[in-house]
Design a binder for this molecule. Structure first.
Ligand code: ZN
Length: 659
């Protein structure tokens, strides 16, 4: 572990709070220190209030902020003396604590202070940093972990036995810290939880954290407990078993009552973890640090028996809820991490973001478990402690803060011809509605579309290449776990060509892309769609030409007519699996790939119109755009059309020949 401090970078954060932002981000940048919202930091600053009276404030990380991306507004300014006074109370319930924290802020719009705010307040240093460093939780999650910490740090750290975060922990720390602090003190270690460092300037506090964690890492290395697998003997990569994964996703989603994104961990680390002899024991111990439980649940599912997992979860709930001081309501009983020797390691979340968080947490958990095993054996906290954290209202509040989930959250869509026009607009629309989207296109640009969006995967693929389609489907399943929505949009429009002049080569090519490729795709995706937890939906982009053909586009019109018939038959055949297949017939959408200026001019000329007249040549005299079509596609896949299948829906501004 290295200090990421950079003098030049640091200079742009000039005041005390700015420095707090800077070193918090440095901590956040290292996933071996904190992951997704874990850890918290603070700084104590004197400021004048509205009466020009000076008061000392604790700027502490607001709940829900992530250290990596935190800004000045992410810190809640609390009256320090009030927080210190609170730590002297005999008792303080959670609702009382939250009320005291919220009502003693200097900014009514600041976020709710971290649940560890009082703990930050009692430490007599300007800067306080707290992380759940992997190396520290690895060592403390072993038999005699406390002795090992003593061996490494001696009296340079104050050691606190495990207590759940919140008021009681702050009180215990205040008591022990004032008793045990000495001139050598550099930090405080919370067994099975994490570490605090502190100092009177930001750099020193941050670098104390790095050096303490470094010592813990060195200890692991010296005890041959650091490298737990060798990249030289790579594990064999098994082909993804699509059928088994989509069935797993369906069962998990049904157990949660929400479609889930199920992501396979395809790293060498995960493959090596699966090879461990005592895998079933070590993966069923518990999380590395308690606040992971709200993401990962206490235990992963080992094997594929979800019903058994759910039974065990109910048991865990009943046993521990009976010991709790207030009534608890059981959360869903489904696992979020699945470990199966043959199938792989999977993370399941209600959105791509959730699944990624769970995937990242478990990726680090595999290191923690494996290293602790090399240090004498991984030993997580008891179920009782984990339960208290999982069912702590203040932890659950972190998850419930997000606004209502968008309509397609947790669903997976595949769009062909996704790089431009209707396809591209559809990808954007579905992403904005919460879906994970796989976009196929023959143009390689597709792979660099939406570069910072982990909910999108672009695959360059010729839809008429059967093997490439199978490969794309495997990638979709490995990445997201299944398929719920398919938009068959890729198509060719070769331009005006009368039958007497028709080139048979062109005819066959149009048929192969517009028709044959779609037959193959539908055949390939059926097993996935039939396992969709939300029932599969297919939207086929037909054409106005099906109902109202014009002269000079025989191959295009005939291919779309055959495709329409194929869609109608699939609506009949697939209804027993609850899959809806609908056809959308757009006309005169000119911002699509097939409408080159050349084609546009030639079609306009064919009707004896100007290009502009041709564009609005419909009853409503309106122009139809790709976005309009994407909007309709999303509606057809959504709730408003949930009882419609086999329909042919025009989006053409009104056409007297179609009506
Ligand atoms: Zn913590």
């Amino acid at each position: 572990m290295k200090s990421l401090w950079n003098d030049e970078e640091a200079r742009s954060y000039n005041d005390d709070l700015g420095m707090r932002v800077y070193t918090s981000r440095l901590l956040g940048r290292d996933p071996n220190l904190v992951l997704h919202g874990g850890g918290n930091t603070s700084v104590k600053i004197k400021q004048k209030n509205i009466f020009y009276q000076e008061q000392e404030l604790l700027f502490v990380k607001g709940s829900g902020w992530d250290l990596e991306f935190i800004d000045r507004e992410g810190f809640s300014p609390c009256r320090l003396d009030h927080l210190v006074k609170l730590s002297k109370l005999e008792k303080l319930s959670d609702p009382q604590m939250v009320n005291e924290l919220r009502s003693n802020m200097m900014n009514a719009n600041a976020p709710t202070p971290s649940v560890e705010a009082i703990l930050h307040a009692i430490l007599p240093y300007k800067y306080v940093d707290h992380t759940h460093a992997n190396a520290i939780v690895t060592i403390t999650n072993t038999q005699n972990g406390k002795d090992k910490i003593l061996e490494i740090f001696g009296d340079r750290v104050v050691i606190i036995d495990y207590i759940m975060p919140g008021f009681d922990l702050a009180k215990q720390c205040a008591m022990q810290f004032s008793r045990e602090v000495n001139e050598n003190t550099e930090g405080m270690i919370l067994l099975n939880h994490g570490i605090f460092s502190f100092a009177n300037n930001a750099k020193e506090s941050y670098e104390n954290m790095i050096s303490l964690v470094n010592e813990a890492e060195e200890y692991l290395k010296n005890n041959n407990a650091w490298d737990w697998f060798s990249t030289e003997n790579q594990a064999q990569t098994a082909e993804i078993n699509c059928e088994a994964v989509v069935s797993l996703r369906r069962k998990l989603s049904n157990a949660v009552g929400h479609p889930l994104i199920v992501t396979k961990d395809e790293t060498e680390k995960a493959k090596q973890f699966l090879l461990k002899d005592n895998l079933s024991e070590i993966c069923r111990q518990g999380p590395a640090t308690p606040d992971h439980v709200i993401r990962t649940k206490q235990l992963p599912l080992y094997g594929l028996d979800i019903e058994e997992y759910q039974e065990n979860y109910k048991q865990y709930f009943q046993t521990n809820a009976a010991l709790a001081s207030e009534k608890k309501n059981m959360l869903d009983t489904a696992p979020r991490v699945v470990i199966d020797k043959t199938l792989g390691v999977f993370a399941a979340g209600k959105s791509v973001k959730d699944a990624k968080i769970i995937h990242d947490i478990y990726s680090h958990t595999m290191d923690v478990i494996s290293r602790a095993e090399k240090l004498g054996g991984y030993k997580a906290l008891s179920s009782k402690h984990i339960f208290d954290m999982e069912y702590w209202d203040l932890e659950q509040a972190k998850l419930n803060k997000s606004a209502a989930a968008p309509e397609f959250s947790g669903e997976i869509a595949l769009v062909t011809g996704a790089n431009s026009g209707i396809g591209n607009a559809t990808v954007k629309k579905l992403l904005s509605m919460g879906a994970a989207v796989v976009g196929l296109d023959i143009n390689a640009e597709i792979e660099s579309n939406f570069p910072n969006n982990s909910a999108f995967v672009g695959i360059q693929c010729d839809v008429s290449d059967e093997l490439a389609i199978i490969d794309s489907i495997k990638k979709t399943v490995a990445q997201f776990g299944g398929l719920d929505i398919v938009v068959l949009n890729a198509g060719l429009f070769p331009g005006g060509e009368f039958i007497k002049d028709l080139n048979l080569e062109t005819w066959r090519h149009v048929m192969s892309v517009n028709l044959d490729a779609n037959v193959n795709l539908m055949k390939t995706i059926y097993p996935l769609l039939s396992q969709s937890p939300t029932f599969g939906r297919v939207v086929i982009i037909g054409s106005k030409n099906v109902a109202a053909p014009g002269p000079g586009a025989a191959a295009y019109s005939a291919s779309k007519a055959a495709l329409t018939q194929l869609a109608r038959i699939s609506a009949l055949e697939w209804s027993e699996s609850g899959i809806r297949v609908n056809i959308i017939n757009p006309d005169a959408v000119f911002d699509t790939g097939i409408w080159s200026d050349e084609v546009l001019t030639s079609r306009a000329k064919h009707y004896g119109l100007t290009v502009n007249q041709y564009k609005t040549k419909n009853l409503l005299r309106t122009e139809i755009t790709s976005i309009d079509v994407a909007e309709l596609i999303s509606n057809v896949c959504g709730k408003s059309f949930s009882k419609t299948t086999g329909a042919q829906i025009p989006i053409d501004g009104g056409n007297d020949r179609v009506i």
